[in-house]
Design a protein around this ligand. Structure first.
Ligand code: PGA
Length: 254
């Protein structure tokens, strides 16, 4: 079945408010006529509201890079699902490998965040992916399956329909070593098969993005694969020309 591809830009720890506004202004002008790809940007928390105001009425959606799983309370430094929803977000990235690596995020806390996002009316973008060591030891399927099963544990079919998965092999993130389309498709196919064992229609409708060194020159070939439904872009989302080219390269692939 035809799935609408998505291209999401994860800006990570980059961009002041003026820089963020300059970038999204270029994106919205260049991409205004795109109707067949969901375009999303994930600026840092500090720029969310300003970017939201700039994007009202456009075809570009807003995502948080992370949310805490509690809605409110004595949790110094944290930001919750209802708060980012209030700041204009429709999506929240959950369980990015940098969160796992630097901030002790686990499968269990990612699952809590997925549920918190859904409860707040956000669409979670749940990241899964193996390390180089996992891949070299032939543990890719096992590791990704555990992250997937744990990340979506307890979700209803309706919840799953509003959830997006991003397969991001850790060895490909920020390294320039993109997975080949075949390598990525193998894992995407495995993820969709696993989702199918729960419900075929839901699995066929769910988007599975690829992330890890996506650039203008590899986006098209990756998205030609049957189970790759767009990309989660880090480094290349910081330059308007590159992100625009990735969105354009994704058009017509599904
Ligand atoms: P990259 O990052 O495109 O810079 O490899 C991807 C990501 O971390 O989502």
């Amino acid at each position: 079945m035809a799935r609408r591809p998505m291209v999401a830009g994860n800006w990570k720890l980059n961009k002041t408010i003026p820089e963020a506004l300059a970038l999204v202004t270029e994106l919205k002008n260049a991409l205004a006529s795109v109707r067949d790809v969901d375009i999303v940007v994930a600026p840092p928390f500090t720029a969310l509201w300003a970017v939201h105001e700039r994007l009202v009425g456009t075809n570009i959606g807003l995502s948080a890079q992370e949310i805490f799983f509690e809605d409110a309370g004595a949790f110094t430094g944290k930001v919750s699902g209802p708060m980012v929803k209030d700041a204009g977000c429709a999506y929240a990235i959950v369980g990015h490998s940098e969160r796992r690596q630097h901030f002790h995020e686990t499968i269990e806390t990612s699952n809590k965040r997925v549920r918190a996002a859904l409860k707040a009316g956000l669409m979670p973008i749940l990241c899964v992916g193996e390390t180089l060591d996992d891949r070299q030891k032939n543990n890719t399927t096992k590791v990704v399956a555990e992250q997937l099963d744990g990340g979506i544990a307890g979700l209803s079919l309706d919840d799953l329909k509003r959830t997006i998965i991003a397969y991001e092999p850790v060895w490909a993130i920020g390294t320039g070593h993109v997975a080949t389309p075949k390598q990525a498709q193998e894992v995407h196919g495995m993820i969709r098969d696993r989702l199918r064992s729960r419900d075929t229609a839901m699995a066929d409708a769910m988007r599975i993005l690829y992330g890890g060194s996506v650039k203008p020159d590899n986006a098209h070939d990756l998205n030609e694969e049957p189970d790759i439904d767009g990309s989660l872009v880090g480094g290349a989302s910081l330059k308007a020309a590159d992100f625009i080219a990735i969105v354009r390269a994704t058009r017509g692939t599904h």
